[in-house]
Design a protein around this ligand. Sequence first.
Ligand SMILES: [Zn+2]
Length: 402
Amino acid sequence: MSKTKILKKINCICGGKLKKNIDFGKVPVINDFKKKKTKKYPTVVSQCSKCLLIQLKYSAKDAVVYPRNYSYLSGDSSEKLEDYKDLISKITKKFKIKDPSIIDIGGNDGSLMSIAKKKGYKTTNVEPTNVSKISRNKGINTIKKEFNLKLAKKLNNRKKFNFVVSTNFFAHTNNLNNIIKGVNNILDEKGILIVEVQYLYNVLNENGFDSFHQDHKYYYSLNSIKNILKVFNLSIFDVEFLKKQKEIVRVYVDKNIKSESIRLKRILKKENDKNVFLKIKRLNYFRKNHILKLKKFISNLSLQNKTVSAISASPRGCVLLNSCNFTKSDIKIVGEVSGSFKINKLVPGTNIPIKDEKILISQQPDYILILAWHLKNRLIKILIKNGYKGKFIVPLPNLKIL
Ligand SMILES: [Zn+2]
């Protein structure tokens, strides 16, 4: 591994020190879909001694995690689209701004902005990768650049924005400090910043060790996100959990200190970030035991000449397959939605091929491992409807055979 591709963090962006570490093992970059086996990176989790934010100690550079040919499309996920619709309809009703303007930072293929545009918003999407082309084709004002303070100052020549949205970057960048400064710069004095992040306590409650990887640099509680924003003179005033992607929390942020909503106060009080490091340690013990259990289960199946394939080459799936060191002799193929760019490539870090999910129906493996286990109900329903007759393995929160 080239050393220049990895950053070692000593301090948190709040200035606090990162002290204790928990080693979650080596995992590849989860979006690195190639025809050959890809590299793995250390996943070491640490906590800031000051703001208590959980974060990665060693971090692959953004250019490695998000190559220009990065092809994840928000529009591919029906759950995401539903939550986007919900967001736009909520802010339209709640804030009642005349001729509102909105900017999505790292807005991917423009799925969110195109919903906002239909509701009469003036829309801008800042997206550095090639998917920006799709956003532009939807008629969205799209800037194919990395968002930072410098770009913010350029954008600022025009009117400031009523809404700044980040459904992506808050957990995912090495450049958070600079980005939040940029957000502060383009946000109207009365404007609202909306941030969506995976909620750490939900991850812990679901034994979600497969959420720890290079794509997630930060793991937020509401207290830690509040502490980080405070460094930049921003404050949270409300919170809600998403309807479809239940593990994600949406926070509403303001430049002027407003009173905190009752539901926000309630969650802030319930959290205990001083104790959370211990909980992550426990999750890591669970991870080690669970990997052994899964490996034993799969190798027993192969002793009985049973075939096992999997569905959905999702980020979680990539972490799980790598944690178990599974190869194509354990898991024959991973099925993906027809037309996905991942088809005919390998699951990052492994030699397991990704194929059109129709093959799962024609090959009828004895077992299908549900890698996107948080979507298990929908996936199982579709597979049965399409004619799959075998059994399902749900790997988490606990191993289940259906
Ligand atoms: Zn900190």
